[in-house]
Design a protein around this ligand. Structure first.
Ligand SMILES: Nc1ncnc2c1ncn2[C@@H]1O[C@H](COP(=O)(O)OP(=O)(O)OP(=O)(O)O)[C@@H](O)[C@H]1O
Ligand SMILES: [Mg+2]
Length: 248
């Protein structure tokens, strides 16, 4: 599974904020995407999930032998293919309780076939069990109330994505604003799912300790350009990364 990017460009008012002649994401189980503020990391994730329209270029999502051109698709169609994104800034969550948000996310939208109807009871029991497991593992103040704190909203955003069982999950600063113990829980959950399923994850983070300890491969973006890619060891030792980002 991987995303291939070809001559991908994003400009706002003639100013180019991202320019990737070619890049591949998702070849490793957990990859990092790092770079200074304004490098274009969130923009890139928005482009890959088609939430932000590209100025030019191609994006292909390969799942096994099938290749999907994402350019004609809208973001909900990209999500149906199994490519999802968690958000750096969280909005919403004011209309549904935590439990109902997870139920809504977990319910397949296209199960209205006859077989789907027969399966429904069993399916909803499985979903309810899964939701209970998440709600026990990640202790929310009031699982049947709203997510109130920024941390709870962020956590719910992540769990909503995980419960849909994406094939490739892009996470934009997943642990910024989460308490240390919840960060650990989230990262352990991601590691477990990576081991147990075929899910691939790309993480944007400024917390470099997290990147070095969880990622097999790291992409370094600066001023809209991919300046270096490699293993955490390679990236740590790279002079350009050190100068432009690590402040060494
Ligand atoms: N809607 C927009 N209109 C104009 N410029 C934008 C828009 N969105 C992003 N930019 C610009 O694009 C550049 C890349 O922004 P982006 O949010 O992708 O950076 P980032 O790497 O995610 O930064 P951070 O680490 O601070 O989250 C920045 O210079 C930003 O100001
Ligand atoms: Mg960002």
């Amino acid at each position: 599974m991987k995303i291939n990017v070809d001559k991908l460009k994003k400009s706002y008012h003639q100013r180019t904020v991202l320019d990737l002649p070619s890049a591949v994401f998702g070849r490793h189980s957990i990859e990092g995407l790092i770079g200074p503020n304004g490098a274009g990391k969130s923009t890139l994730m928005g482009l890959l999930t088609r939430r932000i329209p590209a100025t030019e270029g191609l994006i292909n999502f390969e799942i096994g032998d099938s290749k999907h051109n994402l350019m004609p698709l809208q973001s909900h169609q990209v999500a149906q293919l199994g490519l999802l994104k968690t958000n750096q800034r969280i909005q919403g969550f004011d209309k549904l309780s935590i439990r109902n948000s997870l139920r809504l996310a977990a319910t397949p939208s296209s199960d209205e076939t006859l077989a789907g109807l027969f399966d429904k009871n069993q399916q909803s029991e499985e979903i309810e069990n899964e939701i209970d497991t998440y709600l026990t593992k990640f202790s929310f103040d009031e699982p049947d109330g709203f997510a109130r704190s920024a941390g709870e909203k962020k956590l719910l955003d992540i769990l909503r994505c995980l419960i849909t069982k994406p094939k490739l999950l892009l996470m934009d600063e997943p642990t910024a604003g989460l308490p240390e113990d919840v960060t650990q829980l989230v990262m352990n959950e991601i590691s477990d799912q990576v081991k147990q399923t075929n899910i691939r994850v790309v993480i944007v983070e400024h917390d470099l300790e997290l990147i070095w300890s969880f990622c097999e491969y790291v992409h370094f973006l600066s001023d809209g350009e991919m300046l270096f890619q490699g293993t955490p060891e390679d990236v740590k030792a790279n002079r350009v990364v050190a100068e432009k980002y690590l402040g060494l």
